[in-house]
Design a protein around this ligand. Sequence first.
Ligand code: ATP
Ligand code: MG
Length: 181
Amino acid sequence: MHATICDLITDLVQNSFEADATEITLSVKETEKNLNVVIADNGKGMSAETLEKAKDPFYSDGRKHKHRKVGLGLPFLFQTAEMTGGTAAIESEEGIGTTVSFDLDPANVDLPMFGNFTTAAVTLMTYGFNGNLKIEHSVNGRGYEISRKELREALGDLNELESLTLLKEFIKGNEEDILDF
Ligand SMILES: Nc1ncnc2c1ncn2[C@@H]1O[C@H](COP(=O)(O)OP(=O)(O)OP(=O)(O)O)[C@@H](O)[C@H]1O
Ligand SMILES: [Mg+2]
């Protein structure tokens, strides 16, 4: 199961990779009162029927987990939003793409811990995927933006040990800049 919000975000962006998207944006905006996350992709999208089913904890399209027809990413999101008085929405159009967005109350005691965003961002940036992924993260209005395309141009193959180390340091530095210690 999901230990943290960052695990949930990682799962949702993985859905975009799996939908053959070539452009994905992940925006995470944190304030004391609200956590706003938007994941938008230009992947294969979902029919109205699949979209309904995707919110159901007992549905997965059956291609990925041959012996488990249960998806956990979206149902977990909707369950968490409902349990904590937050909101979550998916918009999707076949052949056009999908946008998943949610707003959660960071002060709610039932909300899972936020987790480690640096680890999530590194995982997503090094995923075997050839399109572009843009990540924006801000805390109380102070933020940064990185894109896989630009990171690749600056660091080369992101899975090479040397560039992976630089990538981690770079994202960690950005994270430290926006967090108040
Ligand atoms: N961004 C997306 N674009 C297109 N289809 C999507 C997207 N996100 C989810 N889906 C569809 O919704 C289904 C359910 O997604 P969910 O993440 O809950 O489970 P899963 O990806 O099948 O399995 P799991 O995430 O547990 O490994 C997917 O199987 C897929 O058909
Ligand atoms: Mg999934």
